[in-house]
Design a binder for this molecule. Structure first.
Ligand SMILES: CC(C)(COP(=O)(O)OP(=O)(O)OC[C@H]1O[C@@H](n2cnc3c(N)ncnc32)[C@H](O)[C@@H]1OP(=O)(O)O)[C@@H](O)C(=O)NCCC(=O)NCCS
Length: 160
């Protein structure tokens, strides 16, 4: 059975022995999924990935099929003067697992975590070409917001 849960809670089932210990096989898999999301995705090292997981505001949810990560998503909590809020990012289900309800379960879990962590709202962006993702988000109650999404690329980072 495919399980959907916080990475830190089920990483031992993937072969991890410590909560923040990450094997290269897992990071390789995460990098592979990220590349499916964007060819410009950064390449995570074990150290950077472990550091990401150590931050208490970062939550990685994974769908695991045995020892394989079938899909994932992140929710990042932060504060502004408007209050505590969250941002969902990096939602991806690997091709062989599409259409089996995993995407919905992952996003539902991300929403549950944001709620539990006291977020007042959740933001996300999705390119209009991502028809399936937009349908999924809207079916879970996300509403289109009339605002402009702007980005300033810094350093050598890609702006896409
Ligand atoms: C979006 C994505 C995560 C959905 O994953 P999934 O496991 O296939 O989705 P589910 O099986 O849980 O489907 C949930 C809902 O999503 C919508 N959906 C998913 N794929 C769809 C598609 N190809 N066309 C239309 N709607 C789709 C439907 O509303 C579906 O609900 P329904 O089955 O009741 O109609 C997956 O298609 C994916 O990884 N896409 C590429 C990456 C991406 O676009 N990520 C989002 C970045 S913002």
């Amino acid at each position: 059975m495919i399980k959907v849960a916080l990475f830190n809670e089920i990483s031992h089932e993937l072969g991890n022995t410590l909560l923040v210990d990450v094997t290269s096989r897992i990071v390789e898999r995460i990098n592979n999924l990220l590349r499916q999301l964007s060819v410009n995705a950064p390449y995570w090292t074990i150290g950077c990935f472990a550091e990401f997981l150590r931050q208490s505001n970062n939550h990685l949810v994974v769908a695991i099929d045995g020892k394989i990560i079938a899909g994932m998503g992140t929710v990042i909590l932060s504060y502004s003067l408007m209050g505590r809020h969250a941002r969902i990012e990096d939602v991806i289900v690997d091709k062989p697992y599409l259409g089996k309800g995993l995407g919905r379960k992952i996003v539902e879990e991300l929403i549950r975590i944001a709620n539990k962590e006291g977020a007042r709202w959740i933001d996300l962006t999705s390119n209009s070409s991502r028809v399936g993702a937009l349908k999924l988000y809207r079916s879970l109650g996300f509403k289109d917001v009339a605002t402009n999404c702007l980005r300033l690329a810094l350093g050598e980072q890609d702006s896409s």
